[in-house]
Design a protein around this ligand. Structure first.
Ligand code: ADP
Ligand code: MG
Length: 180
């Protein structure tokens, strides 16, 4: 996405609510999640507007892995999606995440879940994150902080999606994030 640099475009970028998903199933999971919130705030030079509780969740789509801790946070930023992704990848790396394979435990996983109403499908960057609506461990914390959140592609709120789904995976609230 290219910014045209005019006032309307800047305002549109400024007003976008960006939801980031955080996950960790390796090392000191709480420490990774809490530090990551602060890293996001400083790395993206923004205020964090809301953070969900932390949930302990069973890994989805992989076998024989430790449980994850997951949460989501909300922020507003003037950065474009690709800039945000690059910052998030840097932060993942600084937490010792060496491998990007989906099938291995990770110290920290950071995903752009939503960027306002933007719909983007580029190499290495899909927004909304394509698996948001299939993952209870994302929908539950999203619905906690923004129950009426929706996107043009979904036509329903996160709460409605949750209510009409039958998820069997474990998603248990375990703690609040100390983030400010
Ligand atoms: P997942 O988070 O679905 O388990 P991975 O974290 O293993 O998958 O995938 C990492 C890669 O996914 C990143 O290198 C990035 O290029 C790509 N990717 C595509 N869309 C997004 C997005 N919305 N947020 C974060 N990463 C994304
Ligand atoms: Mg990821």
């Amino acid at each position: 996405m290219q910014s045209q640099g005019n006032d309307d475009e800047d305002l549109r970028l400024l007003n976008n609510s960006v939801y980031i998903g955080l996950g960790s199933n390796m090392g000191n999971r709480f420490a990774h999640i809490e530090k990551a919130i602060s890293d996001i705030k400083h790395g993206l030079q923004t205020e964090i507007l809301a953070v969900s509780s932390i949930y302990e969740t069973s890994p989805v789509g992989v076998e024989n892995q430790p449980d994850f801790l997951n949460c989501v946070c909300l922020l507003k930023t003037t950065l474009e999606p690709r800039q945000i992704l690059n910052k998030l990848l840097e932060i993942e790396k600084s937490h010792g995440r060496s491998c990007s394979s989906m099938n291995l435990p990770r110290t920290l996983d950071l995903d752009i879940l939503l960027y306002g109403e933007l719909a983007l499908n580029e190499p290495g960057l899909i927004v909304p994150h394509p698996r948001v609506t299939e993952r209870a461990f994302v929908l539950i914390p999203l619905a906690e902080i923004s129950p009426n959140l929706t996107h043009n592609l979904w036509e329903r709120t996160v709460t409605e999606i949750l209510e009409s789904s039958t998820f069997t995976d474990k998603v248990e609230k375990v703690d609040n994030v100390r983030w400010n």
